[in-house]
Design a protein around this ligand. Structure first.
Ligand code: 5GP
Length: 193
């Protein structure tokens, strides 16, 4: 079991509806040592890749993205959510259905912060149905930039996001992959790789 799987077992709370709460170290309080280990692990798994920008989505991806960006010494851009897209001239805009909030969000990045030719590593806290990742990939493509990899801290393997992104040929690295979890028994099973 790796450090993140151990942390999930120690501090994660499974809620009905296939939601894992990790407010103790990732989604509310941020455990800097765990963030550092996540960033180190991504740096190792994406070794040899040229990265000129880290892209994530607000809010919880920002902590991971910032630790990783420090290692690459490149800027972080976080996509913003929720603004109505009536004036899109100055933005790259995509849409994502939010699994946790059960609503459609606009996701956008202002044009100056993503440029053609940039090599973008996209990171996020969770991967579920892949909506957030697909919106971020769409935005990178709109900018004419390149997705060099996708890094996810916790993939919920029982949802379809991972399968879609791997089938599309992206280099996806998930540090912990959950195969099943039980809210009643508070048990989590991880995929053995
Ligand atoms: P997706 O877009 O892949 O369906 O869902 C990923 C996004 O939804 C992530 O950005 C994350 O914020 C949120 N999310 C999805 N599932 C969970 C979960 O079980 N727990 C938490 N804390 N966030 C989740």
């Amino acid at each position: 079991m790796n450090f993140l799987e151990e942390k999930i077992l120690a501090d994660g709370i499974i809620k009905p509806g296939n939601i894992l709460k990790v407010d103790n170290f990732l989604n509310h309080q941020i455990d800097i040592d765990i963030m550092r280990q996540i960033a180190n692990e991504f740096k190792r798994r994406f070794r040899g890749k040229t990265v000129t920008k880290i892209l994530t989505i607000e809010a919880s991806g920002i902590a991971i993205a910032t630790m990783l960006a420090d290692m690459y010494d490149v800027p972080v851009v976080f996509a913003k959510k929720g603004e109505t897209a009536n004036c899109t001239d100055d933005k790259f805009v995509s849409q994502a259905y939010s699994f946790t909030h059960k609503k459609m969000n606009n996701v956008f990045v202002s044009r100056p912060y993503l440029n053609a030719g940039e090599k973008v590593l996209i990171v996020d806290d969770f991967l579920a149905d892949g909506q957030a990742m697909l919106a971020l990939i769409d935005i990178v493509k709109q900018a004419g930039a390149e997705v060099v990899g996708l890094g996810v801290a916790i993939e919920k393997g029982q949802q379809k996001g991972g399968e879609i992104l791997r089938a599309a040929g992206y280099h996806l690295e998930s540090i912990a992959i959950i195969d099943s979890m039980d809210a009643e028994k508070q048990t989590v099973n991880f995929r053995k790789l």
